[in-house]
Structures are given as structure tokens and as C-alpha cells.
Design a protein around this ligand. Structure first.
Ligand code: ZN
Length: 248
């Protein structure tokens, strides 16, 4: 069964690549089929096999030999690993289905944020709707609504404070909507954990990048990937972490 789940994850990962590339460019994610962004040649099905084709083609387009971004196989692998981990945690069922949609949307949102410094509403608001539907299905709609309000208002306050202190936008509207959306899944405790862990992770990576001379203090860093990663971390082990901290 794990092999089936893994292959399913790889195929979805391939579709997520299409979303990551096309959503910020305002293109349809359904049609047409993929083509090389450099020479425009349609990619044949046998050159579009997740991860494998990238390795066989040595990371280059078959017709024009231009480099294919390693982001493609990375997204496919990440998606497959996430899918298998969720299967191991939840087994097949309703939780599995909703958490797959959750993670898939976060992978798309994170990579778009990473490349374009935006989190599209289709991702943040879309995820909030998915979370509320999940809450409704599980008879915990109130819990999801409170999670949304808490995440949204918390980051909004941080943004207002940040602007008052640093006189510039510290937090984008996309991040605020995203933390609200995450809140529909992880609730109040999860939102607190997510914001704290994301700030720590973001600062750590920021300091390392500045030390390596890869970025400067003034440069923007996308916060979405850190929020997403932290929320996923919370789903996997947040409960254990919180019990350890509070000793309850
Ligand atoms: Zn090409």
C-alpha cells in the first residue's frame, strides 16, 4: 500500500509543479499540457514521469537542451514524502483526505511565495474554506472558526505593531490570511506554536543567509514557507511538544 501512496504522491507532485508555475502567471492549471518554458515544445508523457524523467534527461529539455529547474523533482519528492507521512499518521480516511489537500495547498503556496513574494488568495482563502468544511464535517466548525479568527487577528496585530515600530510593512496581507487559514486546522494552540516556530525558523535561516552573504538585512524574506512548515510540524508532533512544555 505504501508504494501506491508514494506513486500517488509523485503524480500529485507533478500537478503541483504545474500549479506553482501557472497560478502566479494567471494561466489555467488544467489546459494546455506542459511545454518547455524555453523552446515551447510540448513535453511528451514519457518525459513527464515524476523524478525519473528528470534523472534520465539529466535535468535538460529533450529538444532544446536548456536546463530544467531542480525545483520540479524537489516538489515531486516533497509531495510524495508528505503523502506517505500522512498515510502513516492517519491511515486511509477522511482525516487523510483533508490533510492531503492541506499539505498540497501549502506546498503550492510556499513555492509561489518563495519565488514571487505573494501568497495567492486562491491558496490562503481556499485553504480557509477547506479548513471550515473539514471542521463542519468533523462537527468542530466552531473550533475551526475560532482558529481562523485567532490566527488572522494575531498576525494582523503583529503587522500593525511592526508597522508602528519599524515604519515599514513587516508582514504581508497574504501571511495574515494564511495564518488564519492554518488556524482552521490547528486551532489556537496550533496558531501560537506555528507563529513561534515560524519566527524562530525564519530568523535562524535569515541569520545564516546573512552570515553567508547570500542576503542582506533589508531584503524581504517570504514568511509563508516557514508558517506552512511549522503548521505541518505541529500536526505531526505539536501535541507532544506542547505537552512537554506545559507538562500536562
Ligand atoms: Zn526546450
Amino acid at each position: 500500500m505504501i508504494a501506491v501512496v508514494l506513486v500517488f504522491g509523485l503524480i500529485i507532485g507533478s500537478f503541483l509543479n504545474v500549479c506553482i508555475y501557472r497560478i502566479p502567471r494567471g494561466k489555467s492549471i488544467i489546459y494546455p499540457s506542459s511545454s518547455c518554458p524555453v523552446c515551447g515544445v510540448r513535453i511528451k508523457w514519457y518525459d513527464n514521469i515524476p523524478v525519473l524523467s528528470y534523472i534520465l534527461l539529466k535535468g535538460r529539455c529533450r529538444s532544446c537542451k536548456s536546463k530544467i529547474s531542480p525545483v520540479y523533482p524537489i516538489v515531486e519528492l516533497l509531495t510524495a514524502i508528505y503523502t506517505v507521512l500522512m498515510y502513516l499518521k492517519f491511515g486511509l480516511g477522511i482525516d487523510f483526505a483533508f490533510y492531503l489537500i492541506f499539505g498540497y495547498m501549502l506546498i503550492v503556496g510556499s513555492f509561489i511565495d518563495f519565488f514571487h513574494y505573494i501568497i495567492p488568495d486562491r491558496i490562503s482563502i481556499g485553504l480557509a474554506i477547506v479548513g471550515l468544511v473539514y471542521g463542519f464535517v468533523m462537527h468542530e466548525l466552531v473550533h475551526s472558526l475560532i482558529g481562523f479568527a485567532f490566527g488572522f487577528i494575531l498576525l494582523l496585530l503583529v503587522a500593525i505593531l511592526g508597522k508602528a515600530i519599524f515604519k515599514k510593512d513587516a508582514m504581508g496581507g497574504g501571511d495574515i490570511k494564511l495564518l488564519g487559514a492554518l488556524g482552521t486546522f490547528v486551532g489556537i494552540k496550533g496558531v501560537l506554536f506555528t507563529l513561534f516556530a515560524a519566527s524562530l525558523l525564519g530568523s535562524f535561516v535569515g541569520i545564516v543567509l546573512i552570515a553567508l552573504g547570500k542576503t542582506s538585512v533589508s531584503q524581504r524574506i517570504p514568511f509563508g514557507p516557514y508558517l506552512s512548515l511549522s503548521a505541518i510540524l505541529y500536526i505531526f508532533m505539536g501535541y507532544q511538544i506542547i505537552t512537554k512544555i506545559y507538562g500536562v
